[in-house]
Every structure is written in C-alpha cells, then in structure tokens.
Design a protein around this ligand. Sequence first.
Ligand code: SF4
Length: 254
Amino acid sequence: MIILIGGTMKISRSKWDSFIKCPLCFYLLEKHKIKPPSTPGFPINSRVDALLKEEFDELRAKGKPHPIFEEYKLNFVPYNGLDEETLRKYRHNFSGVRATSKKTGIEIYGALDDLWLNKDTDEIVVLDYKATSNKNLEDYTTSSKHYHKGYLRQLDFYAYLLQLNDFKVHDTGYWLICNAADQSQTSFDKKVNFKTTLLPYKLKTDYIEDILVDLKACLDSDKYPKSGQDCDNCRWYNEKRRLSEEIRSKIEKK
Ligand code: SF4
C-alpha cells in the first residue's frame, strides 16, 4: 500500500516487493489506478497464522520456550519486551513496524507475525509463519521459485525495519513452516495433521534502500518501466494479441 499524507510517501513491505516482482504492474496501479487481475486470499493459511500467534502468546506470557526451539536446540523464547498494544500494532497490516528510509525519506512499514528473543545473544529474532502442503519441502534459501525469493525478501525487510527502530537483530531469520503433508494420516476425520519445521536464513538488508530509490524514481517518471519476468498474465496477453494480429492480417490478405 502507498499512502500520501501531507506529502510523505508511505510504502508497505508488500508494495515494495510488488515493485521488485514487476515494476510495470506497480506503475500501472500506483500512477494510473489500473489493478492487476485479482487472486483469492488464503483463509486456511490465515487461520494457521492466527492459531500460532495464540500459541506463542501463551508461552510469551509464561516466559517459556516453544517446544520447537528445544527440538532445534535454540535458546529462544517468544520476545516479551513489547507491551501488548505495541505487539498488536506490529502485527496489524495497517500499522505494522514503521521507520523512515534513509536514502528516500519514504515511511516504510510491514506487519510481523511475531518476534523471538535469542537468549544467548540478547538479539531479536525475525521470523515468519508459513503454512503449506508439500511432500518434498523445498529449502527456500536455495529455491529458484520467484515466490520463495519473495519469502527471503520478506524477512530481510522485517529485519531492516527493526534495525531502523534500534533493535539488535540476530543475523539469522527463520520460517516456522507448518506442512500439511503428514503421510501417516490416512483419513480426514475433520482434521489435517501438520509437520512443523524451522528453516534458517542469513538475513541481508544492504539492498533494501537501493530498491526504494529505484521505486521512487519509477513513480517520479512518466516512462513506462519494464514488466517482471515471473508473471504469466502479460505473457498470456502478449501471445493472445500476437495471435489475433496474425489472424487479422491473414483475413485481410484474402
Ligand atoms: S507481467 Fe504480470 S505483474 Fe507485470 S504488468 Fe504484466 S500482469 Fe502485471
């Protein structure tokens, strides 16, 4: 989301990421209000997120680690250094964690699932919950899938927002992946079993500002930017247009 209040540009993490995925789609929406084809939401994933938040909140209140930390031999606990209201804001899409971009002055923000604390180093641990169903769970950090690359950028952006808010951020972020691919489950019986995995990722934040500079230049320009490489919609549209032009020219020649 981009909001302009009193001349200050405000850009959400998802908007920043949409610019990386396809500058043209970003430009068409932000400058000309042309929306891309809509996609349905992911209500089951949202439900898993909500339940995980409750599970971690209970442990936060007791100052106890989650069993998955023990499983992975991590001396972590849910971070309890924020008051309830601030944590609620950090998690809410329209408020999120906020900071000012150093190179552009843009106000940037993003909503987190949670924060953990590395008790060995006293650093904040950045994370995101992911719900999926995959027989072979891929390592997002080595995957070439464009949406997996977006998962990496998501953690990077959260880490950067927190750094700008003077948090000491642990150099490794995590995905808590809930995978509905428990092969031992043989009937539905009104439930789906999930396997949980913690996947680590070495965070990288040194490119975030440069993307914001490009994004601002794109918005300030009257030139159409290039489209992204990973979207099927324009490929479909361009092929359809090429075919209809070919058919029309054949008809005209007759
Ligand atoms: S390639 Fe996809 S994302 Fe980019 S402009 Fe076309 S529809 Fe939008």
